[in-house]
Ligand binder design. Structure first.
Ligand SMILES: Cc1cc2nc3c(=O)[nH]c(=O)nc-3n(C[C@H](O)[C@H](O)[C@H](O)COP(=O)(O)OP(=O)(O)OC[C@H]3O[C@@H](n4cnc5c(N)ncnc54)[C@H](O)[C@@H]3O)c2cc1C
Length: 452
């Protein structure tokens, strides 16, 4: 039995199957499970990386039948029943692992809508590395603003643009607004609270997956936090100094901003395309492969595909892409584990049925919006619900305790313990547009440009 991906879907399946008499191999290109819903808090210095990630080997340390392989899956040979591997981070890896039954849960990645080079100037919080890069960019922007004598240049360092007003974009915008306020006492020349936080959204409302009334409440809360929301705008271009926005009925706008964070649109893992090609299927516009209602790959009942990388085809010929949420992947992971148990007993597979567990998004330190089973919540009560749910879902007892302590500290003392600029520490200079001032530790990209 092989599982690809130790994220939300794969981990659930593996935990359920670890208790069965199966030889289980869990393959992931990272050696940890990442709790993505809280990665943005690493990007804003509220939490440290180790508090939102948990080593996969530790999860299964008591399950002798579970083997962890650190490698990237490059291909799946469906007829030969082999998963082909590529080594990661200089580690050794076997060329392939053979399977009787395979579960693929390789997730998704952010899409830059055909402009992949934008990622260079607009990092996303999908990975820990991305989150740490965002953290460095945010903190360096305040440092650069502190040393910048020119008012216009200073304003561009203090402009933070977040692209995409889904839950991640909204949460990120709220957190940056709070950082700007929290840092006020730390700086001498610059007023960090004068930072402009701009949230850009292509649609006509924020949190499009929530009911309109909660979108409207969110908009008001963001405004109170000091976030300017710009709706009906798409990004037409960006570089390390500005973002250009296009509007359907109006001229384009150029915003001078040194820090841009990408939180818009996702596409399925490339493995969805690999599976589709091998099974002679097509993928949808978001790169998802279509599976049957029991989550098996058409023509291959021994291969189950789950989570962000699929859409489900129903017997009446219609198909649905379920929301890209952790509970969807987790329910599918549990379903896949049950299916494997049924197959082992010679029984047929059952259709997957999704149970909607609701939607949550936090807006700053004590406010959130939530829709759970048609009950709409906002404000402090929704925030307590958000907090409880995230603590319950977080893997590992020590992580729960640490995160709770961090949040309590942040709530009482407005502290952000992980406000560290990390990375390569080679001093250099940044062209400020007037004088060339020595600036602490600029972004690696600008360092490369100026070295050139
Ligand atoms: C910033 C952010 C915030 C989010 N916030 C929320 C939230 O608040 N609530 C919510 O419900 N959902 C949230 N989501 C969505 C949720 O995280 C996803 O829906 C969920 O992670 C999907 O689970 P999955 O198992 O399909 O994929 P993932 O959890 O992404 O797991 C995929 C795993 O596969 C591994 N992998 C990928 N490709 C390969 C390969 N080729 N070889 C080997 N291993 C591979 C990856 O390393 C990873 O461990 C958020 C997502 C992001 C990015």
């Amino acid at each position: 039995m092989v599982i690809v991906g130790g994220g939300f879907g794969g981990l659930q399946a593996a935990r359920k199957l670890a208790r069965q008499s199966v030889d289980l191999t869990l393959i992931d290109r990272r050696n940890f499970h990442l709790f993505q819903p809280l990665v943005y808090q690493v990007a804003t210095g509220a939490l440290s990386p180790a508090e939102v990630a948990y080593p996969l080997r530790h999860v299964f340390r008591r399950n002798g039948n579970v083997k962890i392989v650190l490698a990237e899956v490059s291909d799946v040979l469906l007829d030969a029943r082999k998963v082909m591997l590529r080594p990661v981070a200089g580690e050794r890896a076997p060329a392939f692992v053979a399977y009787d039954t395979l579960i693929v849960a390789a997730g998704s990645r952010y899409s830059y809508f055909g402009h992949d080079r934008w990622q260079h100037d607009a990092e996303n919080p999908k990975t820990l590395e991305g989150a740490l890069s965002i953290r460095r960019r945010i903190l360096e922007a305040f440092e650069a603003a502190e040393l910048e004598p020119d008012a216009q240049q200073r304003a561009s360092w203090l402009a933070f643009v977040i692209v995409g007003a889904g839950p991640t974009g909204v949460e990120m915008a709220g957190q940056i607004a709070e950082i700007a306020r929290d840092l006020r006492a730390d700086f001498r020349s610059v007023d960090s609270s004068s930072a402009r936080i701009l949230l850009i959204e292509a649609g006509d409302r924020v949190l499009a997956a929530f009911p309109p009334s909660l979108s409207a409440k969110t908009l008001r809360s963001l405004s109170r936090l000091g976030v300017t929301t710009m709706l009906d705008r798409t990004v037409a271009g960006l570089d390390d100094r500005s973002v250009t926005l296009a509007r359907a009925n109006g001229p384009s706008e150029r915003i001078a901003a040194r820090t841009v964070i990408w939180a818009a649109g996702v596409v399925a893992s490339d493995l969805a395309g690999v599976l589709a090609e091998r099974a002679e299927l097509s993928v949808d516009r978001a790169g998802r492969v279509e599976v049957l209602e029991d989550l098996s790959l058409p023509g291959h009942p021994e291969v189950l595909v789950i989570g962000d990388m699929i859409r489900v085809r129903w017997p009446d010929g219609t198909s649905t892409a379920l929301p890209g949420l952790a509970p969807v992947a987790m329910q599918q992971g549990r379903h896949a584990a049950r299916s494997v148990r049924r197959q082992l007993r010679g029984r047929s597979l059952r259709p997957f049925r999704y149970r909607d567990e609701g939607n949550l998004a936090t807006l700053g330190r004590t406010s959130a919006v939530a829709e759970i089973k048609n009950i709409r919540l906002s404000g402090l009560f929704a925030w307590v619900t958000w907090l409880t749910v995230h603590l319950l879902y977080l893997i590992g007892f020590e992580n729960r305790v640490l995160v709770l302590i961090r949040w309590a500290f942040s709530f009482i003392a407005h502290g952000r313990g992980a406000r560290l600029i990390t990375g390569n520490l080679e001093p250099t200079t940044v062209d400020t547009g007037s004088d060339s001032l020595p600036v602490a530790w600029p972004r690696p990209d600008s360092r490369r440009e100026h070295a050139a």
